[in-house]
Design a binder for this molecule. Structure first.
Ligand code: PMP
Length: 407
């Protein structure tokens, strides 16, 4: 194993000391949401205890303080993904809201009937349904790039879909159902060669690897704070400044305006144009604390550690007769989706819970992926920076016992 401060990291997450059904909690549902380090919890308590007021509108000391902290969090996000400018960081409620914002603002203003949006076969519903809604509203067309049995994008077929009418590529950086890491550099190069902008859904990728939006040259990048060890109700939309400038506001209200009369309203500049209403102030400041936390450990170190965990889990899973791994891409993040012969995934989830192991069972908001593999659901163990080989041993032992009793 690489040198990695796992004991310290685990000690930083109070919930990892919980027991479930009298067993130590083994939390392997990180793709759904990650747990929070004490630093994030402390940040929220501190804000509400000492520095809370509404932001941007007040001249009083607390409001100025809260505004400074909120804008400092924006700067932390900017640095974390290496955006060129803090104006390019829009705070939203999560990846879902970010994609809906792009669909309704960019989509409605830049696309016409017959224009095409290209997604992939492994998308989360959050990167399917907003485009279907847009297509219904304006008559644009959704195209789906297929994947192979391993759960890898078939790149040639993706490329063939890029045509005169393609106005946007929207694709997962990493799949939540399969763990596949898409070849985003190649995808962006192919799309840009035809002047097509690219939106990356980074909801899964962001906690697992370094992301540099300028090096990637993606046009939009979205993610949720709660999967990055931060509070729920926080999310980020990164967009290139020129694109964001050209887009109309998504929602109207306070904070996003410059002047309002009953006859006419003028809008604020970036990023406030897209931030109508009071945001999740303490939570976004808490997201800044989460970014400080992972940055101190290092995203490269986290990625290397999790790659070892996945390799260890995969090696053991492959040895279990009756256990089928769903999604075996060559480039893969820490997600092990699986089925067991003769045992329904929901029963797997329930029975693993009885030994303290939290996995998710279901369609993982990716029903088309389930249809592709001809299964109603899978069980999914998903790893985070605080998981250990010992926890994977407990998972595998639980699975073996299940197969022995019910398989
Ligand atoms: N995209 C992907 C790949 C995801 O995994 C998720 C969350 N499961 C989302 C989008 C939506 O994120 P949220 O529910 O936090 O808005």
């Amino acid at each position: 194993m690489i040198n990695y401060p796992i004991e310290q990291i685990r000690a930083d997450f109070p919930i990892l000391g919980e027991t479930v059904r009298n067993k130590p909690l083994v939390y392997l549902d990180n793709a759904a949401s990650c747990q929070k380090p004490q630093a994030v919890i402390d940040s929220i308590v501190h804000t509400y205890s000492h520095e809370y007021a509404n932001i941007h509108r007040g001249v009083h000391t607390l409001s100025v303080k809260a505004t400074d902290r909120f804008e400092a969090a924006r700067e932390k996000v900017r640095g974390f993904i290496n955006a060129g400018n803090a104006k390019e960081i829009i705070f939203v409620r999560g990846a879902t809201e970010a994609i809906n914002l792009i669909a309704q603002s960019y989509g409605k203003s830049q696309l016409c009937a017959g224009d095409e949006i290209v997604i992939s076969a492994m998308e989360h519903h959050a990167n399917i349904v907003p485009w279907q809604m847009l297509c219904q509203q304006i008559g644009s067309v959704l195209k789906v790039a297929p994947m192979n049995q391993k759960g890898e994008l078939i790149f040639e077929e993706f490329e063939n879909l890029l045509g005169e009418k393609t106005k946007l590529v929207a694709i997962a950086h990493m799949s939540n159902a399969l763990g596949t890491i898409n070849p985003v550099e190649k995808i962006i190069a192919a799309a840009h060669a035809k002047n097509i902008p690219v939106l990356l859904d980074g909801a899964q990728a962001i906690p697992h690897m370094p992301v540099d939006v300028q090096a990637l040259d993606c046009d939009f990048y979205v993610f949720s704070g709660h999967k990055l060890y931060g509070p729920s109700g926080t999310g980020v939309l990164y967009g290139k400044q020129a694109l964001l400038e050209a887009m109309p506001p998504y929602q109207g209200g306070g904070d996003m305006i410059r002047t309002v009369t009953f006859e006419k309203t003028t809008y604020a500049g970036l990023p406030h144009k897209f931030e109508a209403g009071t945001p999740a102030i303490a939570e976004i400041i808490g997201l800044g604390a989460a970014i400080d936390y992972v940055t101190a450990i290092g995203m490269d170190a986290i990625a290397a550690y999790e790659a070892e965990l996945l390799a260890y889990a995969t090696e053991h899973a492959e040895q279990i007769k009756g256990m089928n791994i769903v999604g075996q891409a060559a480039e893969k993040g820490g997600i092990l989706s699986f089925t067991l012969d003769h045992i329904h995934p929901h029963d797997i989830g329930t029975m693993l819970d009885s030994v303290g192991v939290a996995v998710r069972a279901g369609h993982h908001c990716a029903m088309p992926v389930m249809d592709f593999y001809g299964v109603p659901a899978t069980a999914r163990a998903s790893f985070a920076m605080y998981n250990t080989r010992e926890e994977i041993d407990i998972l595998m032992q639980g699975i073996k016992s299940l197969i022995e009793v019910f398989g």
